[in-house]
Design a protein around this ligand. Structure first.
Ligand SMILES: [Zn+2]
Ligand SMILES: [Zn+2]
Ligand SMILES: [Zn+2]
Ligand SMILES: [Zn+2]
Ligand SMILES: [Zn+2]
Ligand SMILES: [Zn+2]
Length: 382
């Protein structure tokens, strides 16, 4: 960063109620907000004031550019909508200005380029005119020299015809001195020198100077929001930046999009409306991650609680298509249960016994009854 530039601090006073502001911006439609607390931090943006000096053809022009950098990007700055007070450098821990300054310089380049182009074009057209003038005048001189040479040569021919040796010698001397006077090489060098001089006269010099760095800071609110859904509690850390009007920290656990309407899944995930699903068996709310099972009989989407694995075929099925055998306590899907021909009920297929009376396979319960009956009959028979 350029030294010697002035550094200023400005503070934005925001007249707002942070709790109300956050409540306006986010909601928890399927849970209850138990507590919101917040603490203040500082957010920053910067204003770099550059003076750009354009120097050309003996003229000097100073242009002032104010460049605002917010979140690493140049922004259209306007402080008039804020209440500003003088800030204190000691009050805040200012992050490094290096990146912001670099960014501002890049933007300055873009902003000044158009003016540079206009001036350069103008200077170039001036220079081209001057160059043309120089070239014309040198051509004229060369032409004049050639004319005088041919004049002398003509005279020489005349004297030669007459045989005037004295005059011939005179004209030869004239030719030599004319050649000496108008040395072509020197003439060409003079021309180039003149053109170069004009070119330098039409150069543009641009100098950028950082005049002032203004550090503008304002409160950013870091909230802790405690949520209750049935017996489930959850805490969210949410940040609200009143200048960018952005909320950070609320992201759907399922699709990773930013959310403003936060739904709580029955297993505690925070999701967006699109990612909130219902178990088709118990009707409870779950997120996409928590509702991956489908009943292999009816294809209903079912939660973990409503999913049962059949003890016989290992299929995952919903509660509607499953039954727990009262005696064995094992779960079976409807197609694996066996109907007892005596009582007509669906029973654990592994607990059938052969009836001593009829030789048919009957359920454990019916078998026990039969045995008891036998004992009783036996008692009476005795
Ligand atoms: Zn989502
Ligand atoms: Zn369920
Ligand atoms: Zn979930
Ligand atoms: Zn089912
Ligand atoms: Zn089964
Ligand atoms: Zn039975």
């Amino acid at each position: 960063m350029e030294n010697g530039s002035e550094k200023l601090f400005l503070k934005i006073n925001l007249n707002l109620n942070p709790i109300e502001e956050i409540k306006k911006r986010i909601s928890f439609p399927n849970s209850e907000v138990k507590r919101i607390v917040f603490r203040e931090k500082y957010g920053f943006f910067y204003r770099f004031t550059f003076a750009t000096l354009f120097e050309y053809m003996g003229k000097k022009e100073d242009i002032i550019n104010e460049i605002y950098i917010f979140n690493g990007k140049p922004v259209e700055g306007n402080l008039s909508e804020y209440t500003l007070v003088e800030g204190k450098g000691s009050e805040v821990k200012v992050p490094s200005l290096k990146n912001a300054y670099f960014c501002a310089k890049e933007d300055l380049k873009k902003r000044t380029q158009e003016k540079i182009n206009i001036i350069s074009r103008m200077l170039n057209s001036y220079f081209e005119k001057e160059k043309e003038r120089i070239e014309k005048s040198f051509t004229y001189e060369t032409k004049r020299f050639q004319e005088s040479l041919s004049e002398i040569a003509e005279k020489l021919m005349e004297f030669a015809k007459k045989g005037d040796i004295e005059k011939i010698a005179e004209q030869k001397k004239l030719i030599d001195s004319a050649k000496r006077e108008s040395n072509f090489i020197e003439l060409e060098k003079d021309k180039l020198r003149a053109i170069q001089f004009e070119s330098q006269k039409h150069l543009l010099n641009v100098e950028n100077r950082l005049d002032k760095t203004t550090i503008i800071y304002y409160p950013v609110y870091a909230f802790t929001i405690d949520i209750l859904k049935g017996k489930l509690t959850k805490s969210f850390a949410v940040e609200f930046d009143p200048v960018s009007n952005e909320i950070a920290g609320l992201i759907c656990d399922s699709c990773s999009n930013r959310i403003k309407e936060v739904f709580l899944c029955n297993l505690g995930h925070a999701v967006c409306k699109k990612c909130l699903l219902f178990c088709e068996s118990c009707g409870k709310e779950f997120c996409k991650k928590c509702l991956k099972n489908r009943c292999e009989i009816c294809s209903k989407k079912i939660c973990r609680n409503c999913s049962v694995r059949c003890f016989r075929c290992s299929k995952l099925v919903c509660k509607d298509h499953t039954k727990q055998d009262k005696l064995s306590k094992y779960f079976y899907c409807n197609s694996c249960l066996k109907r007892c021909e005596r009582c007509g009920n669906l029973k654990d297929p592994f607990l059938f016994k052969v009836s001593k009376k009829t030789n048919a396979e009957i359920c454990e319960e019916c078998f026990r009854n039969e045995m008891q009956q036998n004992v009783l009959t036996g008692v009476f028979e005795e």
